[in-house]
Design a protein around this ligand. Structure first.
Ligand code: ZN
Length: 295
């Protein structure tokens, strides 16, 4: 792998993480990490990014900027096509604008793809020829690697696992369909499930945290979410027959929760596909920044 120095951004609906990523040989360094809130308007987002670029420029030398964006990005990698959680960036040539204002080369990619690139190049389970990557956070995203190559689809959106329907006539999804997988396993869906059952509100992070620590109510909800996770997961594995599945994102940070899902997964996956290795992300949030920096 060639040596690179890239200012990397991981842009989500709530946070903008940034760092200078240095890659040389098979090693990497993440320098000057910063985490900021995502501003609401397009103008404020651009202003924040430019401010961060300037502050990194004072400390480091770099010629490229790479973005991992929580949404769909065009094939050229200069425009955000659709970002449900950062709606002010919908249909916006973010890459072009930042490039024009900074004079630097700028590329955008979908954040789950960045996560997959990071794991595939630097993770504990790197370099498998047939792999799927699934991230469960505010939504559910995925990336597919087949025969040693990532598969993007004609319009660059392959791997939207979160929007397969697993409950006919189920919960309304932002995408317009009902009963999508992410409505049952991602943060907002799990919060809704909790509220429906117990009539009280509780944040997804707290539900995950308390479930692991033995709170009965949270555990019951996470078990239900895990059984839904297994259904969608089995669909993916049964269709693609990967050798490995790398699972990441804020909802599965607590490793025991994937363990909760394993018995359900064993039942749902076709016997011939049960050899699939199911593993937790080994890089955590770094995977997104690393992937943003990679070509
Ligand atoms: Zn959907």
């Amino acid at each position: 792998m060639k040596n690179i120095k890239v200012l990397a951004f991981d842009m989500g609906g709530t946070k903008i993480a940034s760092a200078l990523v240095e890659i040389s040989g098979g090693d990497y360094k993440i320098l000057g990490y910063e985490r900021n809130e995502t501003p609401k308007t397009r103008e404020d987002i651009i202003a924040k990014i430019l401010e961060l670029v300037e502050s990194y420029r004072k400390k480091y030398t770099f010629k490229k900027i790479g973005f991992a964006v929580a949404g769909q990005v065009n094939k050229k990698g200069d425009t955000v096509v659709c970002a449900p959680n950062i709606a002010s960036l919908n249909n916006f040539a973010l890459g072009k604008i930042i490039s024009r204002k900074t004079g630097l080369e700028v590329t955008l990619k979908n954040d789950i793809r960045a996560f997959a690139y990071g794991e595939d190049n630097f993770g504990k389970y790197k370099g498998y020829d047939d792999a799927v990557f699934i991230a469960v956070g505010t939504g559910v995203g995925g990336a597919i690697k087949m025969n040693g190559k990532f598969y993007f689809g004609k319009d660059n959106i392959a791997g939207e696992f979160g929007h397969m329907v697993i409950e006919v006539g189920g919960e309304q999804c932002n995408c317009g369909r009902k009963g999508c997988w992410e409505r049952y396993v991602a943060g907002p869906g799990v919060e809704k499930m909790y509220e429906k059952v117990y009539g009280e509100k509780k944040g997804a992070k707290d539900i995950v945290f308390d479930a692991v620590r033995g709170d009965e109510k949270s555990r019951a909800i996470m078990e239900k979410a895990s059984s839904y996770f297994a259904i969608g997961f089995a669909n993916v594995v049964n269709i693609l027959n990967p050798e490995i599945a790398v699972i990441g994102g804020s909802m599965v940070k607590e490793k025991r929760l994937l363990k909760l899902a394993m018995p359900f997964i064993k039942k749902e996956v076709l016997p011939s596909a049960r050899k699939v290795k199911v593993v937790n992300s080994s890089l955590g949030d770094d995977a997104f920044l690393l992937g943003a920096a990679l070509e």
